[in-house]
Design a protein around this ligand. Structure first.
Ligand SMILES: [Zn+2]
Length: 433
């Protein structure tokens, strides 16, 4: 299929000319009417450039009929498009591209919306018949044309929109269906009819006729274990309001957010997998700004978990260009266990410190200009907390620098967890910077 541009106005060089762009993707073509400049120029200041309602309705019908067809063909993905008067998008099967282009052209240039409606009508699928109540066998080649498993997936999605349970099964050449309406779906639709315009309960009181076909039994559980069941009761309950998880991610959100959270949370809990291309000669690795890029990338990756957990604006590691010497000797200590990196300490050296006796309400005192290693941040994976790993990291920092643990400096402000750790490691007080 060729990608192309069709100009609708006489002078194609005029940037205001409306045009239709046809672009192909794997399953379908996208036909976009670009009226952006045209709308901009044609709209007097202070007017909103709305499309006529009849135009929008015709486009919506055409678009949804066409998307249904593409799903019915087996397309497993989704569609993304903008709305508004500047761009009008139709998705079309490759065989329908010409019809779609002409329907859009007629609607735009002649204000003739019948071709969009005709386009929608020609593509409409008998979903209402497919989802009619009662046990039925829909046969490939007679009732539908795509493969039975694709068709069943399509029907399941459609059934969801009607609130139905499909009780479907694909065979080699057919699909068995018995759509039923769960009590709760009926309840919701009847309570909020404005959200489900045109919905009518055809299923609840339906009784199969004696002539109904009998679905071959292929084993497995009984067909309808909810027959005669009583609806579940609901009560109000008080639950705590919790916005974000221990790992820092939001708890509310779409299913994509949930997936992203699950991935993030797993790494937060168990650490991130040690990359296969990195050889560890021991459990603790010291990454400097001069280390090979794969190691610096690993430090950068680790820095994400404390950043999200504590809602910091910046990551504590950012050296991802060529190796370079940093005057303050910036470095990261990475600790691994069970093939995962589970501990991270970011540090550098500095020589401006105050002393703090670690009492909650006491002031810092005693200025000090000794060069000391300074902890920027410590992070330990969730599962490994409260087991002395923070102490191990601080000790590694002190050993590496060649000082005592009481000589390291802690970056101010020290978090609650940091205070607990400091009191344990250095009960007489710490340096703060
Ligand atoms: Zn979480």
């Amino acid at each position: 299929m060729t990608e192309r541009r069709i100009y609708l106005d006489p002078d194609p060089l005029d940037p205001r000319s409306r045009k239709i762009d046809v672009r192909a993707s794997q399953w379908y073509a996208t036909v976009v009417l670009d009226r952006d400049e045209y709308v901009y120029v044609a709209t007097p200041r202070g007017h909103s450039p709305e499309l006529p309602i009849a135009y929008m309705e015709a486009v919506d019908r055409a678009c949804s009929a066409s998307m249904d067809r593409i799903y019915y063909d087996g397309y497993p993905g989704g569609f993304v498009w903008g709305s508004g008067p500047s761009w009008i998008t139709l998705f079309a099967q490759f065989s329908q591209v010409e019809t779609a282009v002409e329907a859009l052209r007629a609607a735009e240039m002649d204000h003739d919306y019948t071709k969009l409606h005709a386009f929608a009508d020609s593509l409409a699928l008998p979903v209402n018949d497919w989802l009619a109540p009662g046990e039925r066998e829909l046969v490939r080649g007679i009732d539908f044309h795509s493969s039975p498993s694709v068709f069943l997936r399509f029907l399941r999605n459609k059934a969801k929109g009607y609130g139905l349970r499909l009780n479907g099964r694909a065979t080699a050449g057919s699909v068995w269906v018995r759509p039923t309406l769960p009590f709760i779906a009926k309840e919701i639709r009847e309570r909020f009819p404005e959200q489900h315009p045109g919905w009518v309960d055809r299923w609840t009181d339906y009784v199969d006729s004696d002539a109904a076909p009998i679905r071959p039994w292929i084993g497995g559980r009984e067909q309808d274990l909810s027959y005669g069941a009583k609806p579940v009761q609901f009560r109000a309950a008080k639950i705590p309001e919790l916005d974000s998880c221990r790992c820092g991610m939001r708890l509310r959100g779409s299913s994509d957010d949930r997936k992203a959270h699950a991935t993030h949370h797993t790494a937060w809990e168990f650490g991130i997998r040690v990359p296969k291309n990195l050889m560890w000669l021991s459990d603790l690795a010291i990454i400097t700004t001069e280390s090979p890029i794969a190691w610096r990338k690993l430090a950068y990756k680790m820095a994400r978990w404390p950043q999200v957990e504590n809602h910091y604006d910046f990551r504590s590691w950012s050296h991802l260009d060529e190796p370079e010497v940093t005057p303050d000797n910036l470095r990261a200590y990475l600790l691994q266990a069970n093939d995962s990196v589970i501990g991270y300490l970011a540090a550098h050296d500095t020589n401006e410190h105050r002393h703090w006796d670690l009492a909650d309400d006491s002031q810092y005192d005693g200025e000090d200009d000794t060069l000391r290693p300074r902890i920027n941040l410590i992070w330990v994976a969730g599962t490994y907390r409260h087991q002395g790993i923070g102490g191990t990291l601080v000790r590694a920092l002190a050993d590496d620098f060649g000082c005592d643990i009481a000589d390291v400096s802690w970056s101010n402000p020290i978090s609650d967890a940091g205070r607990r750790l400091a009191r344990r490691l250095s009960p007489a007080g710490v340096w703060v910077s």
